[in-house]
Design a protein around this ligand. Sequence first.
Ligand SMILES: N[C@@H](CCC(=O)N[C@@H](CS)C(=O)NCC(=O)O)C(=O)O
Length: 191
Amino acid sequence: MLTLYDAARCPYCARVRIVLAEKGVEYEPVEIDLSDRPAWLYEKNATGRVPVVEEDGWVLPESSVIMEFLEERYPEPPLLPADPAERALSRVLIFRHDAFTAPYYALRRGEAGADEAFARELEQLDGLLQQHAWLGGRDYGLADIAYVPWVLRARDSLGVSLERYEALAGWVERLLERPAVAAEAQVVATL
Ligand SMILES: N[C@@H](CCC(=O)N[C@@H](CS)C(=O)NCC(=O)O)C(=O)O
C-alpha cells in the first residue's frame, strides 16, 4: 500500500491527491502538521517538505516527480498525452510552474504589485486555453492537475475573480466536473 505524507492545505500535495484519485489508487494518507513537523519527516525528505510518497520502504519527494512516477507506475488512465510533442509541452508547463506560483505567494503575503503580476500569469493560462481545451493540449492531464490547486485556492481563498478570463473560467468549470478535482475544491472550502 502506498503512503502519502500529506497536508490538506498544501497545493503540491493536492496535485498528488488528484492523480491518485484519477487513477483509483488506494493509499494511506498521513497528515503532517506543517507548523509542528515531526523530526522523522526529514529522514524521508531532506527538505522536510510534503508531499512525500512511500511504497515498500522506498520514498519519493517532489510533487512533479511524484506525478510522473505515478503516471508510469499506474499507467491507467493515462494522464500524459500519447503524442510525444504534446507530452513535452505538458512537461514545459510543469517545469515553468514556479513562474506562476511566485506571484501567487506574493499575493498571499499581500505584497505590492502582486495582484497585477498574478493577473498576468492568469492571462497567460487563459491565452493557452483559448488555443486548446486543456493546458496540455487536446486532453485533460498532468499539466491541468499541476496548476489547478493554485487556481482554486486563488479563487476560493484569496478572492481572485476569474470572470475576466473566459477560457480559464470555463476550464475550471470543466475540471470541477471531475470528482478528483471537485474533492479538492471541498478541501479548499475547509481551509
Ligand atoms: N517543490 C516541492 C514543494 C513542496 C512544498 O513547498 N510543500 C510545502 C507545503 S505546501 C511544505 O512542505 N512547506 C514546509 C516548508 O517549506 O518548510 C514539491 O513540488 O513537492
